[in-house]
Design a protein around this ligand. Structure first.
Ligand code: HEM
Length: 125
């Protein structure tokens, strides 16, 4: 029996289904936000579904799951959007609210938020 500490973050987040549900809920939050929702304005449903799938793959791979992310790196995919510090704070607040909504335990919540924070330098301009 694998102990909780030996499990990958991917497993502790509920594997593919858990991560997919989290990303789906999270994208609803950020795309309907009055300030940062504008970044996704003009994206068709199909483009949004592609983005959602890329984010799921990215997070599955990063958390130790059996996935291979085939999207662009974080700098390339966000450069030029003009995402600033206040945008980032709103994004992180939505991330925390989503994790609370799914009752993700404190340890896993911290690991997810720390991972997002590690990407900030490539995303915020
Ligand atoms: C304030 C924060 C963020 C905003 C406003 C934002 C916005 C966006 C937008 C508008 C796109 C679509 C770009 C395009 O179609 O050209 C995108 C793509 C993407 N974002 Fe973010 N993003 C943010 C943070 C993050 C973070 C923290 C992650 C990692 C978990 C992430 C992962 C991705 C991925 C994987 C893609 C798809 C890359 C590709 O198309 O190849 N984003 N983001």
């Amino acid at each position: 029996m694998t102990s909780q500490e030996e499990k990958s973050l991917y497993e502790r987040l509920g594997g593919y289904d858990g991560i997919f549900a989290a990303v789906d809920d999270f994208l609803d939050r950020v795309t309907s936000d009055p300030q940062i929702g504008v970044y996704w304005k003009g994206h068709s449903n199909d483009s949004m579904e592609r983005d959602r799938q890329l984010i799921v793959d990215f997070l599955c791979e990063a958390s130790g799951g059996p996935a291979h992310y085939r999207g662009r790196d974080m700098k390339t995919s966000h450069e030029g959007l003009g995402i600033n510090d206040p945008d980032w704070k709103i994004f992180m607040d939505h991330a925390a609210a989503m994790l609370d909504h799914f009752e993700v335990p404190r340890q896993e919540k911290t690991e997810v938020l720390d991972f997002f924070t590690s990407l900030k330098g490539d995303i915020v301009e």
